[in-house]
Design a binder for this molecule. Structure first.
Ligand SMILES: Nc1ncnc2c1ncn2[C@@H]1O[C@H](COP(=O)(O)OP(=O)(O)OP(=O)(O)O)[C@@H](O)[C@H]1O
Ligand SMILES: [Mg+2]
Length: 319
């Protein structure tokens, strides 16, 4: 008997589908028509400066805000039809969460856990965010970072298939940030889908399979971190200023130059080969008789991608 042919692989199921999403607040356009998809099991990062539309996007996905127009599907379902089931299957940590002050960490997690039929035990949720020592502490006695970890424990209480984290690590110390990265990596390992917003480029680069860069309510770039960095063409970035200042045209002949942009009082050059570009740059400044200051180089990052697409730096915008 002939072996039966292997079935064709089915396309990956989508955790999120967004089509033509628009959100207006009177005359403010918070989301100006976005389309994107997130396959199951991916971690997707929404990046962008203050006011880009990240929180509005995630709050519409979370069912907390109504879109002005457009369509959103989560796990194949829609908020207008399947709200009760969706609430059981997604977890939410808001950009800012206020819990009652005079109940303990454990009581807070227990309260939120009681809203769901299935989920983690209270102990598991507290252990995941390493708040065991604070189990009996009142919420009002927690530090800012501990409160954020409590918000994450609450979001994880139902062991959600799809988790939304709006700036989960803003204000956390580096150790807590890494601990949270470990939690997110663990969720990815279990096939969960995570949507996070962040101002931290290295966070997106480490955690995210897919990055969506937003600016003024639009998606300006989308892809894996590696694809986005490759898309700007230069692997290396040189930042510098000269005294006196020179126009950008002065650097057009730098070897292997891909792009040059102004940054502050100086310039940012994307180049393919640092070992050829740097001597060229030094020769130009020597020939012009200008002195070079603040010279630094780095491997291209998502911040350079943002700068290339918007002309502005996330680093300068990030608080
Ligand atoms: N309830 C509201 N009423 C009016 N305008 C709003 C409202 N919520 C958000 N906006 C506006 O929509 C735009 C997008 O805001 P949003 O909170 O989505 O930005 P964000 O990308 O999350 O920014 P941040 O990095 O500061 O958190 C901003 O211009 C904001 O002022
Ligand atoms: Mg926000």
């Amino acid at each position: 008997m002939e072996p039966s042919p292997a079935p064709a692989p089915s396309p990956p199921a989508l955790a999120i589908e967004v089509r033509g999403l628009v959100k207006r607040f009177e005359d403010v356009v918070a989301i100006a028509g976005t389309d994107f998809e997130v396959p199951m099991g991916q971690c997707v990062g929404l990046l962008g400066p203050n006011g880009a539309g990240k929180t509005t996007t995630v709050e519409i996905l979370e069912g907390l805000q109504q879109p002005t127009s457009g369509e959103v599907r989560l796990l194949g379902m829609r908020w207008d039809k399947d709200a009760a089931e969706l609430r059981e299957r997604i977890g939410i940590a808001l950009q800012e969460t206020r819990f009652p002050d005079r109940i303990s960490v454990e009581e807070t997690v227990r309260l939120f856990r009681s809203f769901y039929r299935r989920g983690l035990s209270v102990e598991e949720a507290i252990a995941l965010v390493r708040l065991e020592e604070k189990r009996d502490a009142y919420v009002m006695k927690l530090s800012g970072g501990q409160r954020q970890r409590l918000a994450l424990a609450v979001a994880l209480a139902a062991d959600p298939e799809l988790l939304f984290l709006d700036e989960p690590t803003t204000g956390l110390d580096p150790q807590s940030r890494r601990a949270l990265w470990d939690v997110i990596e663990g969720l990815k390992g279990k096939g969960r889908t995570v949507v996070l917003t962040t101002h931290y480029m290295e966070e997106a680069q480490v955690l995210c399979d897919q990055v969506i860069i937003m600016d003024h309510g639009r998606i300006v770039a989308q892809g894996t971190p590696a694809e986005l960095i490759a898309s700007i063409g230069g692997e290396q970035v040189i930042e510098f200023a000269t005294t006196p200042a020179l126009p950008a045209e002065a650097f057009a002949e730098v070897p292997t130059l891909v792009a040059s942009r102004p940054r502050g009082n100086g310039h940012t050059l994307s180049v393919k080969e640092l070992h050829r570009a740097l001597p060229g740059l030094l020769a130009i400044t020597a020939a012009r008789g200008v002195s070079l200051n603040h010279l630094s180089t780095h491997q291209a990052t998502l911040d350079d991608v943002f700068l290339a697409f918007t002309g502005r730096s996330l680093r300068e915008d990030a608080s």
